[in-house]
Design a protein around this ligand. Structure first.
Ligand code: SF4
Ligand code: SF4
Length: 421
């Protein structure tokens, strides 16, 4: 059955074609000479467990959070730790401690975690999420072990919507690793304390849905619409349930996990910590590519493989897709666990004009807000509490004929409100 949610946008055929082109690209190998791993994870600085000069092998830990809140960071290549220093070479340009590992080319594995038994307990599965360094790989990076520490879950949604333009690595991974994904979904259901029949694989890709069919997991094929990959919109599309403002999905019995995280869980159960991730390099490039890259691979190495068309012209590099992604401050930064795409776009400035009250932003807002009114309040220095319900999807800015930077202004209004409260 094809379902959807309220609001949102359907992208034009040209953008959908670019996604299909990216989806057709099987994963290319990448062997970076160095990794640059930022220790800042969700505003917490991890502490290094290695020193400069140490030898390190694939799967070994590089840094931990002494409070146990953020899971450890592991190494995806074998080689030597050549630097641990405060650096501006981070995705957002904010200084952080960065570990540099130089590849010895031998691709040697360290001693991995012991494999989990078939019938591992919930506690053992949740502990493994932590030990293997699992975080939500869809973008938010919330620690997976904390997400599953709840007894209120009745339904598990495995999110393979990847609804941003250009990006296709997660869906490609589902197609190529369907058996591993199925195993990960089974483990997630067990960790959530629910039967496998309450888990649903959700995708907009007929190819991914077809690949999963017959593997014992309920699959829902959704009509392509942005931002279907957002938790609340996905729950609305699949179950017809609106999560009330101020509640988390888990409060209403729902848990949403990204499909790439489920695959990482299956690998973790076999002893492999999270060291690599899928990433699509696309946008205005000659050849969109999907890569399975070690965490910490320099962004410049990733872009090189996609042969940018816009070289010679000024371009913007976005971590993620063009709707919710953030500008990359330097191409020397390493790939974080949370980044599933690098989008290369021509640099251009659009000039805002006055709102013409067309109502377009209201029609597309999946959160049911009045973006033009919230923006006007923000620019006038007034407070509009409805801004707190904004999910930063960018639909309002995308459709605005006056090219108003609505999502950015509303995002600022929301952060200012959070800081004051
Ligand atoms: S106001 Fe927020 S939720 Fe609504 S369309 Fe704009 S960015 Fe999306
Ligand atoms: S879409 Fe743009 S022009 Fe139309 S009402 Fe919203 S802010 Fe105004």
């Amino acid at each position: 059955m094809k379902r959807t949610f309220r609001g949102g946008v359907v992208f034009p055929a040209a953008l959908r074609d670019k996604k299909e082109t990216a989806l057709a690209s099987s994963f290319l190998p990448i062997l970076p000479k160095q990794l640059h791993l930022s220790l800042r994870q969700r505003n917490t600085e991890l502490e290094p467990t290695v020193a400069v000069g140490d030898t390190i092998r694939i799967g070994e830990p590089l840094a931990v959070d002494p409070t146990g809140t953020i899971p450890p960071l592991h190494c995806g290549i074998s080689g030597t730790v050549t630097a641990i220093e405060r650096s501006l070479a981070t995705l957002d340009g904010i200084p952080a401690t960065v570990i540099t590992v130089t590849n010895d080319g031998s691709h040697t594995f360290g001693s991995l975690l012991p494999p989990l038994p078939e019938n591992a307990s919930r506690d053992a599965l949740i502990q493994r999420m932590y030990d293997a360094g699992l975080v939500g790989m869809g973008g938010a990076g919330f620690p997976t072990h904390r997400k599953y520490q709840t007894d209120t879950v009745r339904h598990l949604l495995i999110n393979a919507c990847e609804c941003e333009p250009y990006l296709a690595g997660d869906v490609r991974l589902c197609i190529e690793q369907a058996d591993t994904l199925t195993e990960g979904i089974r483990l997630f259901a067990a960790a959530a304390g629910i039967p496998l029949r309450e888990a649903v694989f959700c995708t907009e890709s007929p190819a991914a849905a077809a690949r999963l069919s017959g593997l014992g997991v309920r699959t829902v094929l959704l009509r392509g619409r942005y931002p279907q990959g957002s938790e609340r919109q996905l729950i609305a599309a699949v179950f017809g349930r609106e999560i009330p403002g101020g509640c988390f999905p888990a409060d209403c019995g729902f848990l949403v996990s990204n499909s790439a995280t489920a695959i990482a869980m299956a690998e973790a159960a076999h002893g492999l910590p999270l060291t690599h991730r899928s990433v699509t390099v696309s946008g205005e490039v000659a050849r969109p590519v999907n890569l399975l890259a070690p965490i910490g691979t320099p962004i410049s190495d990733l872009i090189e493989l996609a042969a940018p068309l816009v070289s010679g012209r000024r371009c913007r590099y976005i971590a993620g897709g063009p709707m919710t992604g953030t500008r990359i401050a330097t191409l020397a930064a390493g790939l974080p666990k949370t980044c599933g795409g690098i989008t290369v776009l021509p640099a251009h400035r659009t000039k805002e004009s006055a709102c013409i009250r067309c109502g377009g932003c209201v029609r597309v807002c999946p959160a049911g807000l009045m973006p033009f009114r919230i923006e006007a309040a923000y620019l006038a220095g007034e407070r509009d509490d409805t801004a707190t319900a904004c999910i930063s999807c960018g639909c309002c800015s995308y459709v605005c004929p006056a090219k108003r930077n609505l999502a950015a202004h509303i995002g600022k209004a929301r952060s200012e409100m959070r800081q004051r409260s």
